[in-house]
Design a protein around this ligand. Structure first.
Ligand code: CUO
Length: 673
């Protein structure tokens, strides 16, 4: 229950803010003169905070300081929407710092962190600021609490600079008896969870400031980004001898066989994140504290109405008229409707299906608050991907989107061909050999000192193990026989060849397992073109350093990029997870490349100074989604019955090659020579 310093806007480790006395809550009055003493000699700079006329904070303060905060709970979203607006409406950065200092001692820290981050991302005057990654502010959302005890001992005995990294054990959430545990390296990957958290930060579901929600093709991107997660997870399952995810949602009363024991403690609520036991069943929610009363039958009604809308290709609007789910905007509208964000065309009728699914699942252990328990990991975007149930729920959500996609006509030659352009070959070159991807474990060390609320302060390092691959190049030979210069968009995907039983996948199933690896525009001179593209340039991923944004490095330091690129661009699939794990024998896959006509793809816009290098799953900040085609093109639609294999699908401007992912069960240390 100690006040935490306004660490967000802190400039460097040794600076602190000096708050106006009036800002301290009554119970901390005596502390006001002492805060700087807490840091003793270490403080080099004290930054005075301006006293301002405070806006009405009654609503944000409604959420107790020690409560859990969830974006999936409607009342929490409303309260957070209000606080985001307060932060967005501050006249300048000094006033923002002032209101933050006041709020930080009073407002629920998770919500404060979320709202401030959203505001910093969207205010024109804060776009150059760096913010610590969530692993630094709330490491408790990612890491076993035992590790904190070890860090505490390390920090209290050893001075900063000499401390040894604390090792975060692998596979700690279940034993090998549990088959789902084979996927723990994916589900509990820190980078993957950070990506998902960032995605939901960049695409907040609610704000009175409608334009920060109403981003270009937001609903469609919700569909596509999560579709890709499910495809990636399914391939990962194949590599580990597990069948595809069984979607959960057509029968909401079915027994859920998967258990999950997160082994995380919440620093804010001083509670353990509750597990879900095997064979749990969802029940009606009645939790007055969170203002939730929801019968499962309501969710069933919402679901059936959504299915009905897809069936009839139209949505009922509040005024009684129908809105068509057409070819161009249908998926985007459905995304908003299902999530549901404030953009949903009719919340009263179609409800809040996906969000409430997360919520009901997250309270499965205490649906009527009889045990005064908080929600489990399914209730928070920074933890939900740890749980096997996440993939079952989003598997169902994806199936619903697919019902809509299945009603669209297959792409014809007008969409698929690029006359005059021929991809004559594609291959992969890297350390593991031609057309072989090499993967192994890697041990990395990250800084977690900022989120450690203990003394003495300073650097605390944690070492963890994650999947990694050898970097490689794609090599493409493209002939341009059009006689003039041309411009294409190169689209690179990877898909498995066989299903979980070892049977060859029919193309209609295979296309749903196509994971995007890269997409870029390319000049094509007349004649032969050899294109070499490095894996690290992927439009899907952000580099390792960005995922674990190291606050000790500043823009301009060796190894860091320019400020505009470095800051705030935390959304992006972690590069170390670009490829599935593969197998020791070499997991067979096909690499698919298409060069589409840039004239049909291009969105003409200025991209200077924006976060743009993980655009495939995250879009581009403040810009339109940079590809006019439907997301997932050319695999998002059904194919004619005659197309049985990927070879039947190929056009001259496409090519495939067989490749393998060979996994070596060894750990290399990041940075070691
Ligand atoms: Cu991202 Cu359900 O939308 O977790």
């Amino acid at each position: 229950d100690r006040p935490r310093e306004p660490c967000f806007l802190q400039k460097g480790e040794n600076s602190i803010f000096q708050l106006p006395d009036e800002y301290y809550p009554k119970r901390y009055e005596k502390l006001s003169g002492m805060i700087s003493n807490r840091f003793g000699k270490g403080v080099k700079r004290v930054i005075p905070v301006r006293k301002i006329a405070l806006p009405n904070l009654e609503m944000p303060m409604e959420l107790p300081y020690n409560a859990q905060f969830s974006l999936f709970i409607p009342r929490h979203r409303e309260i957070a929407g209000k606080l985001i607006d307060i932060f967005l409406n501050m006249r300048n950065v000094d006033d923002l710092i002032s209101i933050c200092s006041y709020c930080q001692l009073r407002i629920n820290p998770y919500m404060f962190n979320y709202c401030l981050t959203v505001a910093l991302l969207h205010r024109p005057d804060t776009k150059g600021l760096s913010i610590p990654t969530l692993t630094q502010t709330f490491p408790d959302k990612f890491i076993d609490p035992k590790v904190f005890n070890r860090m505490r001992s390390e920090a209290s005995v050893i001075t900063t600079g000499k401390r040894m990294p604390v090792v975060i054990p692998r596979n700690l959430t279940a034993s090998d008896e549990e088959p789902e545990q084979r996927l723990a390296y994916f589900r509990e990957d820190i980078g993957i969870n950070l990506h998902h958290w960032h995605w939901h930060l960049v695409y907040p579901p609610e704000s009175a400031n409608r334009e920060i929600v109403a981003k270009d093709r937001r609903g469609e991107l919700l569909y596509y980004m999560h579709q890709q997660i499910i495809a990636r997870y399914n391939i990962e399952r194949f590599c580990n001898d597990l069948p595809r995810v069984v979607p959960f949602g057509s029968n909401l009363r079915e027994t859920i066989k998967e258990a999950y024991f997160p082994k995380l403690n919440s620093v804010v609520s001083s509670r353990t994140w509750q597990p879900r036991f095997e064979n749990s069943v969802m029940r009606d929610l009645d939790r007055p504290l969170e203002r939730i009363k929801l019968d499962l039958s309501e969710m069933e009604t919402w679901r059936d109405r959504i299915l009905q809308a897809i069936d009839s290709n139209s949505i009922l609007l509040p005024n009684g008229t129908q809105m068509p789910l057409d070819e161009e905007k249908g998926i985007d509208i459905l995304g908003d409707l299902m999530e549901a964000s404030i953009l949903t065309p009719n919340r009263a009728f179609y409800g809040d299906f996906h969000n409430m699914g997360h919520t009901v699942m997250s309270y499965i252990h205490d649906p009527d608050h009889r045990y005064l328990e908080l929600f489990g990991v399914m209730g928070d975007p920074s933890t939900t991907m740890r749980d096997p149930l996440f993939y079952r729920w989003h598997g169902f959500i994806d199936d619903v989107f697919v019902l809509y996609k299945n009603k669209l006509p297959p792409y014809g030659n007008d969409k698929l061909d690029f006359p005059g352009i021929r991809v004559s070959s594609v291959s992969v070159e890297g350390k593991a050999g031609k057309n072989t991807f090499g993967t192994q474990w890697e041990q990395s060390t990250v800084e977690l000192g900022r989120g450690m609320d203990f003394f003495p302060r300073g650097s605390v390092l944690a070492t963890f193990t994650h999947l990694q691959h050898d970097e490689f190049d794609y090599v493409l030979e493209v002939d341009n026989s059009s006689g003039k210069k041309a411009m294409g968009t190169v689209r690179i995907f990877l898909a498995p060849i066989t299903d979980e039983k070892g049977n060859k996948l029919a193309f209609n199933d295979q296309r749903k397992l196509m994971i995007e690896l890269d997409k870029f525009s390319q000049d094509l001179a007349p004649g032969k073109n050899t294109i070499r593209r490095a894996s690290i340039e992927s439009s899907v991923t952000i580099p390792y350093e960005r995922t674990f944004m190291d606050q000790n490095k500043r823009p301009g330091d060796p190894g860091t990029k320019e400020a505009a690129e470095f800051d705030f661009c935390g959304c992006g699939w972690p590069h170390h997870m670009l490829l599935p794990k593969g197998t020791q024998q070499g997991y067979p896959m096909i690499l698919f490349v298409m060069v589409s006509n840039w004239a049909d793809d291009a969105v003409i816009q200025d991209l200077v100074g924006t976060c743009k290098d993980a655009a495939s799953y995250c879009g581009i900040r403040d810009r339109k989604y940079p590809d006019k085609r439907p997301m997932g093109f050319p695999f998002d639609r059904p194919v004619p019955a005659a197309v049985q294999t990927v070879n039947d699908f190929l056009r001259p401007n496409m090519a495939i090659t067989d490749c393998k992912i060979r996994f070596t069960d060894a750990v290399r240390v990041r940075g070691a020579k």
